[in-house]
Each structure stands twice: as C-alpha cells, then as structure tokens.
Design a protein around this ligand. Structure first.
Ligand code: FAD
Length: 434
C-alpha cells in the first residue's frame, strides 16, 4: 500500500502519531507538506524563517529514515487529491486540529477523499480535546475544574519515529528550504533537554520574573509541533518546577478544547460584556510601537518587535493595558501579536486575549492590572525596561518605572504617558457596570 503523511503544524518525526500511523504496514509513504499561501502570507519575516528552518530539519529527519519531504504549493485539499490520484494512494493521514480554518480544510479533504482520509486527533496536546468534558457539556469553561480532571488522565505512550520508510517511485517535489537556526525538531529537542536538565527546577518561583531567562521559550516549537507537548510532559519529572511547567501545558490543552468546541471564539467574544471598544488609531499605534510612555508596557511591546516573542507576564500587562486601560478591542491586539509572534497560535493567542480582555474564561473578568504595581513586582530592579527601552537605561530602579516624574532632560526623548492610569481604570469599570 501507499500512504500520504500530510504534515501541517506537526513538523517532527518523533512522537508523531500521524507519521507513525502512515508508516505502519505501508510499502510506500509520501511525507507531504503543502504550502498554503493563505496561511503563509500572514507570516512576518521571523515566522516565515522559523517555518523554513523547521521544514528543512523535518526533511533531514525524514532522510535519516530513508525518506524525504515532498513540498508543493497550493490548496492542501486540492493538491492532496491530485497527488493521491496520480500515485494510487490508499490512505491519507493528517493530524486533527481545532481552528475553524483547519476544521474546514479537514472537511474538504474528507469530502474529496472519503474513506481514504484518516485523521489522527492526538498529535498536538497532552490530553486531546474532548477527552475530558464536564457532565452534559462539550467543554470546560473554567481552567481549575479542567485541570483537576486533566491531572487524572493517563497519558498515552510516546511513539518512536518510524524505523524506515520508502518513497513511492517518481515523486517530484518543489524546493525544500535549506536554512538552519532555532526552528525545527533538532533545535527544539536540544532546547527541551537543556530546559528539563536545568531550567525547569526554578520555574515555580521564577517564571514571572520579567528580566530573567526563566521560562522554556519552547512556545514556537510547540506551536509548529517541532517538539511534542506529550513528550515534554512525560519527561519533565516531579519537582515543584516540573509540576508548575506541566500545568502551563495544561493551559495549552485547555484553550485547545475551548476552541474545538467554540471555533468562533477566535473572532467573537466568548462571553460578551457589551463592550463598545474605543476607536483610537493614534493610541493603537503608540501601543504597537512601544511608545505609550508607560515603560513596562513599552518594554514588552519592543521585545515583541525585536524578538518575535514576549514574556507571558508582559503579555498580560500589555494586554490589560490595551483592552482595559486604553479600552481598545482585543482583536486589534491579537492581530498585532499574530503579525509578530513566532508562536502565534489561534487557540493560545485569541483565547488568552479574551482572558485578558475579560470576555473569555477569566472568572474575574473586571480585574485591571496596574502596570506600575506589576513593574514593581516583576521587574523590581528595572532590568527588563533597561534592556528594551534604552532611553531609560541610565535610570536607577526606583525611578525607571515612572519617568514622567523626572525633568525632561532625564527622560532623553522618552514620551509622556498617553493615558491617565487611574482615570482609565474608572472609565473601564463604569463601562462594564452598564
Ligand atoms: P513557558 O512558561 O515555558 O510554558 C511552557 C509552554 O506552556 C508554552 O510554550 C506554551 O505552549 C504553554 N503555555 C504557557 N502559558 C500559557 C498560557 N497562558 N496559555 C496557553 N499556553 C500556555 N502562547 C502561544 O503559544 N501562542 C500565542 O499566540 C500566545 N498568545 C498570547 C497572548 C496573550 C495576550 C497572552 C497573555 C498569552 C499568550 N500566550 C501565547 C501564552 C504564553 O504567554 C506563551 O505561551 C508563553 O509566554 C511562551 O513562552 P514559553 O514557551 O517560555 O512558556
């Protein structure tokens, strides 16, 4: 028999149940990646590069077991059908996914391929969407309740890479990128082993410290499936740090099961509060460019532009600032994040934004983070601001977070705040009270 292993965002050979199933008992396997311009057109330069690095590494990984990656451009449903007809393919394997876009693609494939399509649902998460559900409902809306049940689930075993695969004869492929860097399974596994060997130990106490490099930074690899969340959870161990880290992987599963049940939550409020978000292009631009005049907010936004990544605590601060202080629509924030994040992910991005905006699964939707208190707590010596806001780098810890109190020459061109924090908080709470 001949099968197609259709890669989407599961760019790895190890612990990939989709690839393992495609290889099981097959004479020939065609590992296929279809570049869909509707997706890649939205990538920033950093993400496009990360994807290329991951594809190059996947190709290497497949070559080690006798195959290689076949790449083509177009609409995956159409391309797969075309190839499946030409190569007499009996089965097409693809990982299940939860976004509206992925589900629609799956449905089109199913319509075209019928029983030849084989969807595997358990590639992305530790506990697949739908595996734990509350009585009489299709998903958990509160994390703590979800997490209690999640912890009781027996995780599946990790699956090894296929020992050997053979390509069907006469397969033609478009060019596979030849770039190396941080992206891909090899680099992701190195990062994961280093993290589990040393970093994770202090995670429980340190993960909120903005300037410390005290989180795994595995989110881009997890998003593209270069590393397996299940394997990470299985090998993390039992220390307090490991347990706190595994809990974050449960957050990831939590949002996937929310999106699986409510795919419209990528765009529409999960729990509407009747917000009439303001329309203020100038404020939005200042936020995007890291020029709001609130140093802790600007540091986060500039980290995003510089690195394609932002610390989770900073994401919470800048998110609360956009939606509750500036009172601008969370969708504008999510779109900007998508354009710049390497880990930009429909479930994690949109549902974390909704959590921050108080339209999602936060059980205290009206809490407003005070950026000054956050800065004192999570950047008490000012190093995070110093790293990303060089205009203020000369200031000592006790002055760096409130430069508007200083004479203009000490601010070195850094802008005045675009908003009055206390007044904005009152405006938000008054709006929510109606
Ligand atoms: P670690 O602290 O090492 O955590 C390990 C992994 O757990 C992460 O890689 C991630 O996969 C998962 N995780 C951690 N925190 C969360 C969380 N709150 N929700 C869901 N999963 C989590 N994460 C994304 O992967 N993609 C996004 O597009 C994204 N957008 C976000 C937008 C906002 C407004 C907020 C507040 C958070 C967002 N997050 C997103 C969640 C979180 O900020 C990142 O996953 C985390 O900062 C990545 O860094 P890390 O890999 O070092 O995380």
């Amino acid at each position: 028999t001949t099968t197609i292993a259709l890669f989407t965002r599961d760019l790895r050979v190890r612990d990939n149940p989709m690839l393992a199933a495609a290889a099981r008992g097959a004479d020939y396997v065609m590992p296929l990646f279809v570049r869909d311009r509707r997706i890649s057109a939205a990538f920033g330069r950093g993400k496009a590069r990360f994807v290329d690095e991951s594809l190059a590494d996947l190709d290497e990984g497949l070559r080690r077991i006798g195959g290689r990656l076949v790449v083509c451009d177009g609409d995956p449903a159409e391309e797969v059908c075309r190839i499946a007809e030409g190569a007499r393919v009996e089965r097409v394997h693809v990982a299940g996914d939860v976004s509206a876009f992925a589900t629609a693609r799956q449905e089109r494939l199913r319509a075209a391929l019928g029983r030849r399509l084989w969807v595997h649902h358990d590639v992305h998460s530790v506990v697949p969407p739908g595996e734990v559900v509350p009585e009489g409902k299709d998903h958990f809306a509160v994390f703590s309740a979800y997490y209690r049940r999640w912890l009781e689930v027996r995780w599946r075993e990790a699956v090894p890479a296929p020992r050997r695969i053979s390509l069907p004869q006469g397969v033609r492929s478009g060019p596979v990128p030849r770039v190396t860097g941080d992206g891909g399974e090899t680099a992701g596994r190195h990062r994961a082993s280093a993290w589990l060997a040393a970093g994770v130990r202090d995670y429980a106490d340190q993960h909120d410290a903005l300037a410390a490099y005290s989180t795994s930074r595995l989110s881009p690899h997890l998003h593209l499936g270069c590393v397996s969340a299940l394997e990470l959870a299985r090998s993390a161990g039992q220390s307090a740090g490991a347990r706190a880290f595994i809990r974050q992987l449960a957050w990831r599963d939590f949002y996937q099961q929310v999106l699986a049940a409510r795919p419209d939550a990528a765009r529409r409020d999960y729990r509407p509060h009747g917000d009439r978000w303001r329309d203020d292009r100038g404020a939005l631009r200042a936020w995007q460019e890291g020029r709001t005049g609130i140093p802790i907010v600007d540091a986060g936004m500039r980290q995003l532009l510089a690195e394609g990544w932002m610390h989770n605590r900073a994401r919470l601060i800048v998110g609360s600032f956009l939606t509750k202080t500036l009172y601008l629509d969370w969708r504008a924030g999510a779109a900007h994040f998508f354009a710049h994040l390497l880990d930009g992910d429909v479930a994690n991005n949109c549902l974390n934004w909704q959590w921050v905006a108080g339209t999602g699964t936060d059980t205290r939707p009206n809490r407003v983070l005070n950026p000054l208190r956050q800065a004192e707590r999570y950047d008490s010596d000012g190093d995070y601001v110093r790293r990303y806001v060089p205009e203020l780098a000369h200031l000592p810890a006790e002055r760096i977070h409130q430069p508007w109190r200083l004479p203009a020459r000490e601010r070195r061109g850094y802008p005045a705040p675009i908003v009055d924090l206390a007044g904005a908080r009152t405006r938000f709470l008054a709006a929510r009270a109606h």
